[in-house]
Ligand binder design. Structure first.
Ligand code: GDP
Ligand code: IMO
Ligand code: MG
Length: 423
């Protein structure tokens, strides 16, 4: 059996959590491979809405194993809150959630350094989630990080002191004072480690490879989106991990030749939260309508998401980088009332037309749009793809034709049941 990968193809919030939850019955194991509490993956079923940050989106299926892989960065305080919420709902995740010993830990100081760096960047700030993601991955690559396995070693406090000193020196040097009480923040952090220790800490690379050998089906769940990838995204307005399919290999310890399907989640329009270029962004009434109808406010930070038309130049780039084998189209229902729907098919830069997503996206880039007639019907009422409005099927066919990738699932609402699987 080979690993399937599911990930976002835009700037995050494509609906990954919902789709993973829908697909979980087909799998035995769901494993997160990168990112951390910057993610907010929303699931809805039985009238309950739930947002997950660190825990894989298969957790509501008690028979399925969920793994937090080595590529993830964990804030034990956020993790504890997530666990508490699940336990309040009567779910016992200690039996089917395992954590990689190699995953790195976010300390309170990482969050403060994140805030400090954002202030220093001034108008050029990234608009991070302030969850400490960048500084934690920086420590990982600088070989001074703090891993899950470190908390169970005898010299835990020595290791902790080294990193704490490094961080506090940096904060003091820059004159940064956190908004919270330092002692309380660390006390809360240390206390929360007890929750982490209630879980089975594993060498997830061995376990996942064993599952695959035994014929078990494993799905890798991505966080963020391809355009936020540290290498291929709209740098420097990106996150600090590899969000692309290759990240599933390094973030779980699965070899590239052991991967199979790569499922790309694409929203029927684009959104972005935080700063950075966004060629198809709409500043008008239509943008406002997308935000309102789509409830486009961050699941993690509550910030309003910037909205714009679907961008096929960026989508085809994301499909290429990830080797996408199939697409899942989400949130088209948000445009149910639109008379006209537009899709960006090319970029115009000066007199030139291009299909390429450039290394540097500047204000000079003008999207070229194809206008399509809206479907003016409530998509979420329909369960059979054949019965969907003709204009909507044309919209789907156009994306498939231009990208060369089939759309196998159409999500028509936030609920688990609002999903059309095409035959
Ligand atoms: P993720 O980070 O990719 O998991 O996406 P988020 O959960 O941050 O954002 C997606 C939002 O859209 C959530 O509020 C979902 O409940 C909601 N959602 C997902 N799929 C659909 C859909 O097909 N239609 C509508 N209207 N909402 C959806
Ligand atoms: P999910 O998994 C949308 C954005 C931030 C910021 C940039 C860097 O829910 O799709 P970071 O805190 O990672 O250093 O911030 O990345 N960002 C996301 N945007 N969805 C996410 O996750 C995001 N995670 C980070 O807004 O622009
Ligand atoms: Mg999200």
């Amino acid at each position: 059996m080979k690993l399937d990968i599911l990930l976002g193809l835009q700037w995050g919030d494509e609906g990954k959590g919902k789709v993973v939850d829908v697909l979980t019955p087909r799998y035995d194991v769901i494993a997160r491979f990168q990112g951390g509490p910057n993610a907010g993956h929303t699931l809805e079923f039985n009238g309950i809405k739930h947002v997950l940050h660190t825990i894989p989106s298969g957790i509501f299926h008690p028979q399925k194993i969920n793994i937090i892989g080595n590529g993830v960065v964990i804030d034990p305080v956020v993790f504890q809150k997530e666990i508490n919420k699940l336990e309040e709902m009567g779910i016992d995740p200690t039996q089917n959630l395992f954590i990689s010993r190699k995953a790195h830990l976010i300390l309170p100081t990482h969050k403060w350094i994140d805030a400090m760096l954002e202030i220093q960047k001034g108008e050029q700030n990234v608009g991070t989630t302030l969850k400490g993601i960048g500084p934690t991955y920086t420590d990982k690559t600088a070989r001074s990080g703090f891993r899950v396995c470190d908390i169970i070693t005898p010299d835990f406090l020595d290791k902790f002191s080294v990193i704490y000193k490094k961080h506090s020196d940096l904060l003091i040097k820059n004159g940064y004072n956190p908004n919270e009480d330092i002692e309380t923040a660390f006390q809360t952090w240390f206390d929360s480690l007890q929750t982490l220790l209630r879980f089975k800490l594993i060498d997830s690379e061995y376990e996942i490879n064993r599952y695959l050998k035994e014929g078990k089906k494993v799905l890798a769940e991505g966080a963020q989106g391809t355009l936020l990838d540290i290498d291929f995204g709209s740098y420097p307005f990106v996150t600090s991990s590899n969000t692309v399919a290759a990240g599933a290999c390094t973030g779980l310890g699965v070899a590239p030749n052991q991967t199979k399907r790569v499922i790309g989640i694409v929203k029927a329009y684009c959104t972005r939260v935080g700063s950075g270029p966004f060629p198809t962004e709409l500043f008008d009434e239509t943008g406002e309508q997308l935000r309102k109808q789509g409830h486009e406010f961050g699941s993690t930070t509550g910030r309003p998401r910037r909205c714009g038309w679907l961008d096929l130049v960026a989508l085809k780039y994301a499909i290429m980088i990830n080797g996408i084998t199939e697409l899942v189209l989400t949130k088209a229902d948000v445009m149910d009332n639109f008379d006209i729907v537009q899709i960006c098919t090319q970029y115009q830069i000066g007199d030139e037309l291009t299909n390429r997503f450039p290394a540097e996206i500047t204000a000079e880039i003008k999207p070229v749009y194809k206008k399509m007639k809206g479907w003016k019907q409530n998509l979420s009422l329909e369960k059979d793809y054949q019965n969907l409005p003709r204009e909507f099927k044309k919209y789907v066919a156009f994306i498939e034709m231009d990208t060369g990738v089939p759309i196998t699932i159409v999500s028509t609402g936030p609920d688990r049941n609002e999903t059309i699987i095409r035959k």
